[in-house]
Design a protein around this ligand. Sequence first.
Ligand code: GN1
Ligand code: MG
Length: 358
Amino acid sequence: MTDFTKIFQIDSAGESLHEFGEGHINRTYLLKTEDGSSYILQEINTGVFPNVDGLMDNILHVTDFLREKIAQRGGDPRRNTMTLIPARDGKLYYRREDGSCWRLYTYVENTITYQSFDEPEIFEKCGEAFGGFLADLAEYPADSLYEVIPHFHDTPVRYNNLLKAIEDDVKGRAAEVRPEIGFAMERADRYALIMDALRDGTIPLRVTHNDTKINNILMDKDTGEGVCVIDLDTVMPGSCLFDYGDSIRFGAATAAEDALDPGTMHISLPLFKAYTEGYLKGSRGCLTEQEREWLPVGAWMMTMECGMRFLSDYLAGDTYFRIAREKHNLDRARTQFALAADMERNWDAMNRIIKEGI
Ligand code: GN1
Ligand code: MG
């Protein structure tokens, strides 16, 4: 095994190294060292994140800020946010001779992550954790953040990228996905809703996480409480509707993101309700009335957007999201569109739940 003590500021040699987690972009490993400590080692996807210095500066500044906030409210800064371990040369990551970039975090012990669950109580805790993340960063100077992936949740831009991928049709796959293309096109007049509201100030620009899948929260194995929000790569200025919406997309769904049968994909209203309650509690009253009212819009928008991103990547030949099987990205796109359609069918019920929570 590589001698990690020569690369990062750790003193004990590696004992085991295993691939870890479910991310589609970076590669993640669990490193255990001889002194019994554990670390998260990640290879940063430099195709997706070409400016690694900008990315890592963001993470350092945001975690420094969070550490102070957490300490102020009596939390444990070593467990409630991520701790980077610098490389031997003092940099925040290590660039290998082959150009690959690696970073090391301490591992937060006694925690688990969920891919799915049926218990609303767990999802409510996730909502509380992501709501807390929003509230903790409410005073962070958004302008100082480097925009890691411009237009990340700009749904009209994502739609245009889809149109471009259809036009290019580099793999000759467009003919096979006509129904999916039609589904995305029929809804095109709604994609600018959130971006327009951000631009005209109807809803505020905030510092947001932007990738709030439930597997991006570490939960305490014993108490079930959310311990730490992870995967800070896409922390950028955005809307809380992105964060809330992406969690609903992933967690309030009755099937996995890549389920083979989109017919099994529905919105679970009990899970939707539980997350909403947790998010409103965790965000400690910082949401405006308009933001609260538009929470279902966020859920629908993030689901459509993610479906369009998967579909675009399928058409482009699977160059962005890591796939484990043929048509993986098409399966993902189909589940997302099925979920968005089911949200449309349950639109009144979703809105009623939000109203009751206000
Ligand atoms: C990617 O890396 P991971 O799995 O946390 C993607 C998200 C998507 C998600 C879909 C940087 O997240 O935007 O919503 O896949 N991250 C990036 O599962 O593009
Ligand atoms: Mg991610």
